[in-house]
Design a protein around this ligand. Structure first.
Ligand SMILES: [Zn+2]
Ligand SMILES: [Zn+2]
Length: 144
């Protein structure tokens, strides 16, 4: 597990407690990792990142932690083109941009593409969530 910096750790413990979750090493490590990245990692990538030095966390327990964080509203789960579940500590309403060249997934501010929220479609379907996936070339790939 990566070294937890002494200043941020209590913050993540507090966020877990406030969300009604028991504080565990793994939950703190995974929440801290996700909060420090914008890469939208898959569960496997999260597992690899928090296991860098020993403490063999099994795949299943990484999934369990991710699910508990998601259910508590601390991280968002999204599934994009490759059908893999990805995790994001940005739980503010936002869209995603996928670069077709480097496959990077980036956040797009809701304000860049504001959409009207609706709870019902005309035919009666109830809407629970709304976001848009934009595709193109990221700024780095446009330069190369
Ligand atoms: Zn790119
Ligand atoms: Zn995102």
């Amino acid at each position: 597990m990566p070294a937890l910096s002494s200043c941020s750790r209590p913050l993540f413990e507090e966020r877990l407690r406030r969300s009604g979750l028991r504080v565990t090493q793994q939950r703190v490590a995974i929440l801290e990792f996700l909060s420090g990245t914008t890469s939208h990692p898959t569960a496997d990538e999260v597992g690899r990142a928090v296991n860098l030095d020993a403490t063999m966390a099994s795949r299943a327990s990484v999934y369990n932690v991710l699910r508990s964080l998601r259910d508590a509203g601390l991280v968002e789960e999204l599934v994009l083109d490759d059908a893999l579940a990805r995790f994001d500590a940005n739980v503010n309403r936002h869209h995603h941009f996928i670069c077709r060249a480097c496959k990077r997934v980036e956040d797009v501010d809701w304000a860049e593409l504001p959409l009207r929220r609706r709870t019902k479609l005309p035919d009666g379907k109830s809407v629970e969530d709304l976001s848009v996936v934009l595709r193109g070339l990221c700024t780095a790939c446009q330069k190369s």
